[in-house]
Design a binder for this molecule. Sequence first.
Ligand code: SF4
Length: 213
Amino acid sequence: MTKALEELIAAVGDGSRLPVAEMFYTVQGEGAHTGRAAYFVRLGGCDVRCPWCDARYTWEGADAPLTDVTAVAEQAAASGAPAVVITGGEPTLFPLGPLTEALAARGLEVWMETSGTHRPLGRIDWICLSPKRHRPPLGEMCRMADELKVVIGVPEDLDWAEACAGQVGSGCLLFLQPEWGRRAEAMELIVAYVKAHPRWRISLQTHKYMNIP
Ligand code: SF4
């Protein structure tokens, strides 16, 4: 973890203010809730550093001002969204209790996207675990996941997906998602794999096809 990130975590403290990189109302493009309207809260700060990351600007938390979580919840509720996706960055770096309580108090469902490298502290209704091979998730996070979404770029990623599936609970939904930069080759792999192993489903980054954030 970099010094800048350590300082950011210290500045966050109890989570009554969080580093918010961006907030917007859109449609969830990936995974189990694909196609559903949701308000996104993207937090700054990530120590996972995936080579394919399309949110590198969030890694150090630069341009993610500490923002009062009550104001975040009020903006989310005012949007008319039924649910809020807390994403990053890696949102489990921070205590999420104050934000998730403020969202729940306004009747909003709370969904989270995480690589599972830290345990989330907060009231989360739906955990989408997107584990990374170079930074395996905590076993506890695997057991808590409602949805496992593994990015596939090369054949070895399918072995990794199965290893992760062996750690999640029996009710967890299983998704394979092509790595965007290798989507043509990855799609071939995934389609063949899902036909042979039908407990898996395919997740596409449909927001990129719809040209929405
Ligand atoms: Fe990027 Fe997410 Fe990986 Fe962090 S965990 S480096 S935000 S893809």
